[in-house]
Design a protein around this ligand. Sequence first.
Ligand SMILES: *[C@@H]1O[C@H](CO)[C@@H](O)[C@H](O)[C@H]1NC(C)=O
Ligand SMILES: *[C@@H]1O[C@H](CO)[C@@H](O)[C@H](O)[C@H]1NC(C)=O
Length: 368
Amino acid sequence: MFKDISSGFVSVIILGLVITLASVPPEVEARAFFVFGDSLVDNGNNNYLATTARADAPPYGIDYPTHRATGRFSNGFNIPDLISQAIGSEPTLPYLSPQLRGEKLLVGANFASAGIGILNDTGIQFLNIIRIGRQLQFFQQYQQRVSALVGAEQAQRLVNQALVLITLGGNDFVNNYYLVPISARSRQFALPDYVVYLISEYRKILVRVYELGARRVLVTGTGPLGCVPAERAMRSRNGECAAELQTAAGLFNPRLVQMLLELNREIGSDVFIAANAYDLNMDFVTNPRAYGFVTSQVACCGQGRFNGIGLCTIASNLCPNRDIFAFWDPFHPTERANRIIVSTIVTGSTKYMNPMNLSTIMALDSLV
Ligand SMILES: *[C@@H]1O[C@H](CO)[C@@H](O)[C@H](O)[C@H]1NC(C)=O
Ligand SMILES: *[C@@H]1O[C@H](CO)[C@@H](O)[C@H](O)[C@H]1NC(C)=O
C-alpha cells in the first residue's frame, strides 16, 4: 500500500516534469542554425533582390513538399534543409523573408545569396546580390533583433550554441577567375597565387564569423568544379571533367583545411570543421551507379550538350525521375545527391570531415 502511494507520488512528479518541459517552446530547445554562402546553400534570399541569379520559377522546387519554386537551387531540399533535419530543427528562413520575425528568429537564419564568393568582385554580373561582408552585417543585425526579443544574454547563448554552415569559393573560380578566357584576376594572379589570396581573404571572413559569436562552424571547400555538367559542356572535348577547374579545386581545398586547422590551434578549440566537398561529391561523380544514379555527367534540367548549357527553365529538357540524376541543373546537385552529401557530413570519416563529423559534434555539444 505504501508502495502504491509512493509510486503515485513519483508519477505526479514525473507528470509535473513533463508538463514543465512541454510548456517550453520547442524553438528554444533545438539548436539554432545559421547559413552563409552562395547558391549551394541559398534558400531564397535572392527572390527578394533584383538579380539574375535566382531559382524562384518552375521547374525549381518540383520535388519540394509544396512542389513550388522557393529560391533553392534544387529540385527539392538543399543541403541546409537536410542539415536542419539532421539536427532536429525546423528549416531556417531566408534572412530577407518577411516571415522571419518573433519566435521564428530563434530557429536561426539563412543569409546566403546565390552568385557571391569570397571576393567582392565575384559574381558582379549578377548585379544585386548579398556579398559576404553584407551577410555578416545582417548577422549582426539579426543578433540585435534577437536581443530585443529574449535579452542580450540569451541571444549571445543562442549564437554561441548554434551550428553554422558556410559555403564559399566555387564562384571565385567559376564566376571570376575562369569566367572569361582572360579575366582581370587571371591577369593579376597565376592560379597558385590566386588560391593563396583567396585563402587569406577567407581567413578574415572566418575570423569575423568567430568574433560575431559562432563556435561551431562547418566550412565546405569547393566541389569538383570541373565535373559539373556546365563545365563538361563548355570546356571538355569528350565529356571528361574540365582540367583547369579540377586543378583549381585541387589547390584550394587542401589549403583551406590547413588554414582551418591553424585557426583552431590559435583559438584553442575545434571551432572550424572542414567538410571536404570535393570528396563528398567525387564519390558519386566518378561512380554514379554505385549510388543509384544513371549519370553524373548530364543535368536533369537544361539544354544542349550534357544539358549543361544555359539556365534551367520551364522551356528546358527535364528528366522524369530526379532521383537517378546526380545533377539537377548545370551546376547544382539533386536533392538525392544532397542527401548523400549530408549523410556523409553527419557520419563520415575524417577523410570527409576534419577533425570530426556532425554526429560527433552533436554528441560533444550535448554534454556541455
Ligand atoms: C569587400 O567589401 C567590404 C565592404 O565594402 C570591405 O570591407 C572588404 O574589405 C572588401 N574585401 C576585399 C577583399 O576587398
Ligand atoms: C563519425 O560518425 C560515426 C557515427 O555515426 C562515428 O562512428 C565515427 O567515429 C565518426 N567519425 C569521426 C571522425 O568523428
